[in-house]
Design a protein. Structure first.
Lengths: 251, 405
């Protein structure tokens, strides 16, 4: 029965999709191309011809490097901000301000500072995905059981030692949540970011299908991005499960 | 599943990912990968020690047929013939992003709407000049099937691609003639004597027309052809039937390159002029070459592009009001007539646009024609390929502007 539940969800989604397109295409026939049948047909064709896998292979490193950079900056900053209350007070106004800036309004700055091609795309992904990682890590540290920290300090542990051996293992679950959110946001930002003078990638291809009004191929790329995103999320969850099994979670 | 096969799969995946990162890293190191790999130059490279030495020629463009000469010059190796070395083509999706990259000096040569070129030089005070026309005509106004006359647009919304565009200028000429008043942006209903103008990205125009959100749009090809092929609208008027052989997109370059690397710059201009000669003689071949089934410079299928590059406007006799001009849907002629620039500056002063427009007031048409446009080098290049007659133009380098909305 439990295995059946996702199938019910998929069937409901399909029905909703079909119904929405029926309504829309009764008013504007152009919408018929968005329907499930032509979209899946286009998906099959574009995957078989290798078009979508090729563009995914171009976009995936952009996403992973972007999120990797975000984690490289977000985790240490999150740890520090969560641990030192004064640092949190100092950074709060600026961080809250910068966080609400739409990632896309960074575009002109990205192009001016980093040129065109891969670099601005990665920058836009990193700047959009750094916030969930930073904030989740910081909140994890903040909600640490303070008695552990006192305990660690009382046995003579240094601040660095406490952060590495107590805080990081303890905030693991929040960190993974932040990472999963970050990857989700990275895919959202990828499409508009690949407007900036690149010549391949899933976002680029999606915009191409839009430029030639070929909407079943557009839906196919959306579905494909969904599949790739789902696989990536599954990968992170597998990593998390492994980390838990290794016992680090019980520190 | 056996553990060994699981391990193998993981290893294979890691190897594949590693390969991706390595190839990506190489791309990073060598700058942006050019869209089409170019063999080494066949002619001796321009021996100019200046700022261009060793740097690739970077061209920015939008996926519209207006870009054709810049793209054809690459496809046929004309840049290489001029000894310009490596060529990188960068595709952008909107005017704003193309102009941003140009202002950040991330691209050297762009095609740009001529009113936007005026805005860039006189409002933004950005040091760049127009060196040639990229094409003439190439745009049209498409309407919903229920719109029969201009008067029917009263109380409706019409989309333009950019406030500083020849499309906006021509649309407002048409509306004024029909006694309709343009209202820019905003919400709510407009009066029966008014038409709301909105800026929409070209790919959004045909679907917006199909859903009835707008009553019409005026834009560069192939978006009118796409709307025709998708049967969501019909062409109401070709832009070249309103303003005879008007410029739309022009070729723009950085002033610093023009001053410090003159022979390199002349090479670029020569390549573009030669591309236009070829385009005039090989229209249908151009449609295939540029399409996704050719060299894929543009994402559109040949069927749509062939419509745009058609030689005669057969089947449109009922909407063409100036048949004597024998307007082509898109045509190619590089000489930047000063009379056009002057007439455009005057027309812009009468056109309503959003944003800061104070810079338009003090502009003197004749001065703009001299200061914005560098016409000597393109004139040289035209003479080299056989003179103005090659492009069906008078030998006097002068013309009378014909505007009949």
């Amino acid at each position: 029965m439990a295995a059946l539940l996702p199938c019910i969800g998929l069937a409901l989604g399909w029905g909703l999709w079909e119904a929405l397109i029926r309504v829309a295409s009764s008013r504007a026939p152009i919408a018929a191309a968005f329907a499930p049948a032509p979209s899946l047909e286009a998906l099959y064709r574009l995957v078989r011809e290798g078009v979508l896998p090729y563009h995914a292979a171009v976009s995936l490193p952009r996403v992973l490097i972007g999120v990797g950079l975000a984690a490289g900056v977000g985790v240490p900053m999150g740890l520090a901000i969560g641990y030192f209350r004064s640092l949190e007070r100092i950074t709060a106004p600026v961080l809250q301000f910068v966080r609400t800036i739409s990632p896309l309004s960074w575009m002109p700055i990205a192009v001016i500072a980093l040129g065109i091609g891969d670099r601005p795309v990665i920058f836009l992904i990193a700047i959009a995905s750094v916030w969930p990682i930073l904030l989740n890590t910081a909140s994890g540290v903040r909600h640490l059981n303070r008695s552990w920290l006192w305990l660690a300090r009382s046995v003579g542990a240094s601040t660095t030692h406490i952060l590495i051996h107590v805080a990081i293992p303890a905030v693991g679950p929040q960190l993974f949540t932040g990472l999963r959110m970050a990857v989700g946001i990275a895919w959202v930002v990828l499409v508009p970011a690949e407007m900036l003078g690149v010549s391949s990638g899933l976002g680029y291809f999606l915009l191409d299908t839009r430029d030639r009004l070929s909407y079943s191929e557009l839906m196919a790329s959306i579905l494909w991005i969904g599949v790739v995103g789902f696989l990536l999320d599954t990968g992170i969850r597998a990593l998390e499960a492994r980390w838990r099994r290794s016992g680090a979670g019980q520190a | 599943m056996k553990p060994s096969s699981r391990l193998w799969r993981r290893r294979e995946l890691l190897a594949a990912m590693g390969g991706m990162f390595i190839s990506w890293g190489m791309g990073w190191l060598s700058g942006c990968l050019p869209r089409t790999p170019q063999p080494s130059p066949v002619k001796t490279p321009v021996s100019e020690p200046g700022p261009r030495a060793g740097r690739p020629l970077r061209i920015g463009y939008l996926p519209i047929t207006d870009a054709s000469p810049l793209l054809v010059a690459d496809a046929l190796g004309f840049y290489r013939d001029e000894g310009l070395g490596d060529v990188e083509l960068h595709l952008f999706r909107a005017w704003a992003q193309l102009l941003e990259a140009f202002q950040a000096r991330q691209v050297d040569v762009i095609h740009v709407l001529i009113p936007a070129a005026i805005w860039l030089r006189y409002s933004r005070r950005f040091p760049a000049r127009v060196v040639a026309w990229n094409h003439v005509n190439g745009s049209a106004m498409t309407v919903r099937p229920d719109i029969q006359r201009l008067k029917d647009l009263g109380g409706q919304t019409v989309a333009v691609p950019f406030w500083y565009s020849i499309h906006n200028v021509i649309l407002q000429m048409l509306l004024r003639k029909a006694g309709l008043r343009p209202v820019l942006g905003g919400e709510g209903k407009v009066g029966p004597e008014e038409v709301r103008l909105v800026v929409l990205p070209p790919p959004e125009m045909p679907p917006a027309l199909a859903t009835g959100r707008i009553a019409g749009f005026i834009v560069a090809e192939p978006f009118n052809a796409l709307a025709e092929v998708q049967q969501v609208g019909r062409i109401f008027r070709f832009s070249g039937d309103v303003w005879k052989e008007h410029a739309c997109c022009v070729v723009m370059m950085h002033e610093a390159d023009l001053e410090q690397a003159p022979s390199w710059s002349r090479g670029v201009i020569r390549a573009v002029v030669r591309a236009q000669v070829w385009l005039r003689q090989n229209r249908q071949e151009a449609a295939r070459l540029l399409s996704r089934e050719g060299r894929a410079y543009l994402p559109h299928p040949p069927k749509v592009l062939e419509r745009v590059f058609a030689v005669h406007l057969a089947g449109y006799e009922d909407i063409i009001q100036n048949p004597a001009w024998s307007p082509m849907r898109i045509d190619f002629q590089p000489y930047p007539y000063p009379s056009f620039t002057e007439a455009l500056v005057s027309a812009l002063k009468e056109t309503r646009v959003e944003g800061e427009t104070g810079f338009l007031g003090p502009l003197k048409p004749a001065e703009v024609a001299r200061d914005l446009v560098l016409e000597e080098w393109v004139r040289e290049a035209i003479v080299e390929v056989g003179g103005p007659k090659v492009f069906g133009q008078p030998a006097t380098w002068r013309r009378q502007e014909r505007i009949e909305p």
